[in-house]
Ligand binder design. Structure first.
Ligand SMILES: C[S@@+](CC[C@H](N)C(=O)[O-])C[C@H]1O[C@@H](n2cnc3c(N)ncnc32)[C@H](O)[C@@H]1O
Length: 272
């Protein structure tokens, strides 16, 4: 254990919605939509083929959004989100859905991607082979029965559920703060999960990591330095932090386990 002070989010991160990156992304969407409209207005798109000019403009506009997202260094999720804007706008114009569809859509998206803006952690899920490798790491602990494992940011609780099934003597806790994901995870474990699986609502930054023998996470590079510092300050002797793929730079992990899946997943392990 050490008393390393936790690094604080920098000013850029604290400004949240006012970050230049957010505005850049909105700018990309606006420019791509405008380019699609200009193409249509110029009447230069072929209208004799099987695809109508409106859809050609939509496709080109989506491709431009993706390309601009790539050039400006946005992650794949944000590039795809920008590319989805032109088809969404075209469908909206064509079918004019009832007034409540748009707010409902926004609420659903906010419920899923609640913390993407502040934490820079999108939703992707741990696969089966990685869960097998993680279960092996738990079994290899000096004391592996009646311990507790936590998945920080458990998403839909796939990893929590699968790990609890594989390790019936281990309590597996998932912590999640995106409201809809939490709800889905809670229902999944509450209705269909084994008794040793549990899901709690809350931020991973409020968790006392000293309560767990294994702290597992699958986040992004962004929170890793702060999380490693928190783990170093809180995790007890003989316990481990396992991060799926992401780490600090240079990697300070004590061990890297290659899972051998098609994603080339590696588990970075810090031993305390
Ligand atoms: C990449 S997903 C991983 C999901 C799951 N752990 C898995 O491996 O299948 C990351 C999850 O972390 C959640 N998350 C991000 N920041 C969080 C925070 N501060 N507190 C709790 N959960 C958070 C996100 O909502 C998302 O569901």
């Amino acid at each position: 254990m050490s008393n390393t002070p936790l690094p604080q989010p920098d000013a850029e991160k604290r400004r949240g919605f006012f970050r230049p990156r957010v505005w850049r992304w909105l700018g990309i969407v606006a420019v791509s939509l405008a380019a699609g409209v200009v193409l249509l207005r110029l009447n230069i798109l072929p209208d004799t083929g099987p695809v109508q000019p409106g859809w050609i403009a939509t496709g080109l506009s989506a491709a431009l959004a993706f390309l601009l997202g790539w050039v400006t260094g946005h992650t794949l999720v944000w590039r795809l989100a920008a590319a989805a804007a032109p088809p969404a706008a075209a469908l909206f114009v064509l079918y004019t859905p009832p007034f409540w569809v748009l707010p409902l859509l926004l609420i659903v998206l906010a419920g899923i991607f609640w913390n993407v803006r502040s934490e820079r952690v999108p939703l992707y899920l741990t696969n089966r082979r990685t869960i097998d490798a993680l279960a092996d790491l738990v079994r290899d602990l000096p004391q592996s029965e009646n311990v507790t494992v936590v998945d920080l940011g458990c998403g839909l609780a796939g990893a929590v559920h699968a790990l609890a099934v594989r390790l019936p003597d281990v309590r597996v806790v998932g912590v999640e703060n995106a409201p809809l994901l939490y709800l889905a995870a809670r229902l999944r474990c509450g209705l269909f999960g084994p008794r040793n699986a549990e899901v709690r609502y809350g931020s991973l930054w409020s968790e006392d990591l000293g309560a767990y023998a294994v702290v597992y996470c699958f986040l992004s590079s962004e929170p890793m330095p702060r999380l490693i510092a928190k783990a170093t300050a809180e995790i007890k002797n003989d316990c481990i932090l396992v991060s799926n793929t992401f780490t600090d730079l240079p990697n300070t992990a004590d061990e890297v386990v290659l899972v051998g899946d098609s994603r080339e997943t590696h588990l970075n392990v810090w031993r305390f």
